[in-house]
Design a protein around this ligand. Structure first.
Ligand code: PLP
Length: 540
C-alpha cells in the first residue's frame, strides 16, 4: 500500500509543477481555465457541469427564437401526420403566412450572409425557370408536382444553416421530424434532424454513435459496427469517413440478416449494430425484432435503415400485408433513417434521421466556438441547407396525409404483386427471396441475367443490376402502374430471346459487372471504380 501513497505524492507534485508552469507562462487566468477544464473530468462534477450547460441552453435558446422558456412548454406536442391530406391551397396559404410573418427577406438587402441572391431581374427569372425545367416528376401526377414546385420556388433562396433567420424553415423541420417519428411509432422522446438524403442520415447516425462511444467508452480506440452484407454502402462510406471499422456478416439463404452471425461478430470494440427495413437489393426486411432483442441483450445501440421503407412499410402493414415489426416499437431500436425523397414523394434532398432520445442525438451536433467568422454550430454534414427541400418536405407530408400515402401504397403494392407473380411464371426467371414491399429482384434459373438486362435495355428499359447472386432490382413506383403489362410482355420476350440464342455477351454496364465478378481482388475493382468516376466527371 505504501507504493500507492508514493504514487499519489508523485502525481500531486507533477500536477502542482504543471500549474506553476502555467501560472508563469499564462498567468492566473490560465491556471483558472486549466482547473475548470480539469474539473469536467472529475466524476460527478462533469455531470453537474453538463447539467448546468443544458439547463442554461434550454433557458437561453427561447430568448433567441422568441419561444417560451416556461417549464410546462418545454416539449412541443408531437405533430402527427394528418389523417387526411390537406388541400394545396390551405398549405400554401399557411406557408406564405409563416414566411411573411417571421422570415428574413432574401431580396431586401438587409442580410449579410447565407443568401447570395441576384437582384430580382432577368437573371433571377432564369434561375426560377431552370427550377421549372428540372423539377423532379414524382409520378404522383402534374398537380402534385406543380404544388411541390411552387413550394420549392417560394423558399428557393432560403438557407437553414442559421436556425434564427428563417423561423418558418425551423418549424417545418421540427414538424416534419415529428410527423415521421409519429408514424414510425416513436414516443415523445424521439428527436432528430432533416438531412439531404439517406446517405447523410446514415453518416450522421454513425458519427453520433462514434462520438458517443468516444465519450462513454474511451477505452475503445478502434470502433467497429456490425451489419449484414446487404446493408446500404452509405454505412461503408460512413465507416471510411469516420474511421469506424465495418464488420459485414453474411445473410441467410432468405437474404435476411443472420442474427446469430451478427452476434458472433460482436467484439469489445463494437459500438453499433445496423439492419435494414428493407434492404435495397431485394426489398427484404431484416428480422428487426430479433436483432433488437440481441442488441438489448448485448447492451449495444441499433440503427434501422428505413431510408427505403420508412415511407412505405407503415402503410403496407396497415393494408394487411405481412411486415416484420421494423420501427421504434422494438425497444432495442435506438435510431432510424427514412427518406422523404423516396416513397415520401418529396423532391430530391430530403431525409430524416431519428433517435430514441437526445442521449443519442446530442452526439450528432457540431460546434466551433473559436472561428473568427462567428460562433458556429451545425447539426448535420451540410453547412448551407437549401430551404426549398425543407419546405417541400413539410408541404408534401401535409398534402399526402395518411390517406394519400395509404392510397398510393395500395396501388403500388398491387402493381408490385402483379409484376412479381408474372415474373415467377416466366421460364428461366425467379424472384430472389420474399420481398416485403414495393421492390424486388429478378433472379435467374439458368438464364444469363446480365444479357437479359442488355436485352431489356435494347427495348428502352433502364435496368438495375445487382450481384452475389446476379439479379435485376426493381423499385416500383406509381408511374409503373400504366406500363406493368408492357414490362411483363418485354421481359417474357427478352428472357425467351436470351434462352433461345444462349446469349451471354454482355455490353456496357453488364460487361462491367461480368468483369468485376471475375476479378478476385476487390480492392482492384474499387480502385478501377474510383478512376471511372473521375473519368465520368471530367468529360462530357
Ligand atoms: C436502404 C437504403 N438506405 C440508404 C440509401 C441511400 O439513400 P440516398 O441515395 O438518398 O443517399 C438507399 C438508397 O437507395 C437505400 O435504398
Amino acid at each position: 500500500m505504501e507504493w500507492l501513497l508514493w504514487a499519489e505524492h508523485v502525481l500531486v507534485s507533477l500536477l502542482l509543477a504543471a500549474l506553476v508552469r502555467l501560472a508563469v507562462t499564462e498567468g492566473l487566468q490560465g491556471v483558472l481555465r486549466a482547473v475548470l477544464v480539469g474539473l469536467r473530468y472529475v466524476p460527478g462534477i462533469g455531470e453537474l457541469i453538463n447539467w448546468i450547460v443544458r439547463t442554461m441552453a434550454a433557458q437561453f435558446a427561447p430568448q433567441l427564437t422568441g419561444g417560451s422558456s416556461s417549464k410546462k412548454d418545454k416539449k412541443p406536442p408531437r405533430v402527427a401526420l394528418p389523417k387526411k391530406g390537406l388541400s394545396y391551397d390551405v398549405i400554401l396559404e399557411e406557408m406564405k403566412r409563416l414566411q411573411k410573418e417571421k422570415d428574413a427577406d432574401p431580396h431586401a438587402g438587409r442580410m449579410f450572409a447565407y443568401v447570395y441572391t441576384l437582384k430580382e431581374d432577368d437573371a433571377s427569372k432564369v434561375q426560377k425557370e431552370a427550377v421549372d425545367m428540372f423539377m423532379e416528376r414524382t409520378g404522383l401526377g402534374d398537380d402534385h408536382d406543380r404544388f411541390v414546385q411552387e413550394v420549392y420556388q417560394s423558399f428557393l433562396h432560403t438557407n437553414a444553416l442559421n436556425p434564427l433567420l428563417f423561423p418558418a424553415l425551423r418549424r417545418f423541420e421540427i414538424e416534419t421530424v415529428s410527423m415521421v417519428a409519429s408514424f414510425l411509432h416513436g414516443d415523445d422522446q424521439v428527436v432528430g434532424s432533416l438531412t439531404s438524403g439517406g446517405t447523410e442520415s446514415i453518416l450522421m447516425a454513425v458519427k453520433a454513435y462514434r462520438d458517443r462511444a468516444r465519450k462513454l467508452y474511451p477505452q475503445i480506440t478502434q470502433p467497429e459496427m456490425v451489419a449484414p452484407i446487404t446493408i446500404h454502402p452509405a454505412f461503408e462510406k460512413a465507416a471510411a469517413y469516420f474511421c469506424v471499422k465495418m464488420v459485414h456478416v453474411p445473410v441467410g439463404p432468405d437474404f435476411r440478416a443472420d442474427v446469430t452471425a451478427m452476434e458472433q461478430a460482436i467484439t469489445g470494440n463494437t459500438i453499433l449494430l445496423c439492419a435494414s427495413a428493407p434492404q435495397y437489393a431485394h426489398g427484404i426486411v431484416d428480422p428487426i425484432p430479433e436483432v433488437s432483442a440481441m442488441a438489448l441483450r448485448r447492451g449495444l445501440p441499433l440503427h434501422v435503415d428505413a431510408c427505403f421503407g420508412g415511407f412505405m412499410l407503415p402503410w403496407i402493414e396497415k393494408l394487411g400485408y405481412p411486415v416484420p415489426t421494423f420501427d421504434f416499437r422494438n425497444p432495442g431500436v435506438t435510431s432510424m433513417s427514412a427518406d422523404i425523397h423516396k416513397y415520401g414523394y418529396g423532391v430530391k434532398g430530403a431525409s430524416v434521421v431519428l433517435y430514441q432520445s437526445t442521449d443519442y442525438w446530442r452526439y450528432q451536433m457540431f460546434s466551433c466556438s473559436t472561428w473568427p467568422g462567428g460562433i458556429f454550430g451545425s447539426c448535420s454534414m451540410a453547412g448551407s441547407r437549401p430551404g426549398g427541400n425543407i419546405a417541400a418536405a413539410w408541404a408534401v407530408l401535409k398534402a399526402m396525409g395518411e390517406d394519400g400515402y395509404m392510397k398510393t401504397a395500395r396501388e403500388v403494392m398491387e402493381t408490385t404483386q402483379f409484376m412479381i407473380s408474372n415474373v415467377k411464371n416466366i421460364p428461366g426467371l425467379c424472384i430472389l427471396g420474399e420481398p416485403h414491399m414495393t421492390a424486388f429482384a429478378i433472379g435467374s434459373r439458368g438464364i444469363n441475367i446480365l444479357a437479359l438486362a442488355d436485352e431489356m435495355e435494347s427495348k428502352g428499359w433502364r435496368m438495375e443490376r445487382t450481384q452475389n447472386p446476379n439479379g435485376l432490382h426493381c423499385s416500383i413506383m406509381p408511374s409503373h402502374t400504366n406500363v406493368r403489362d408492357k414490362f411483363v410482355e418485354d421481359l417474357t420476350a427478352a428472357a425467351e430471346y436470351v434462352k433461345i440464342h444462349n446469349t451471354s455477351s454482355e455490353e456496357g454496364a453488364s460487361m462491367a459487372y461480368g468483369l468485376a465478378s471475375k476479378i478476385p481482388d476487390k480492392g482492384l475493382v474499387d480502385d478501377f471504380l474510383k478512376e471511372i468516376y473521375m473519368e465520368f466527371y471530367s468529360k462530357c
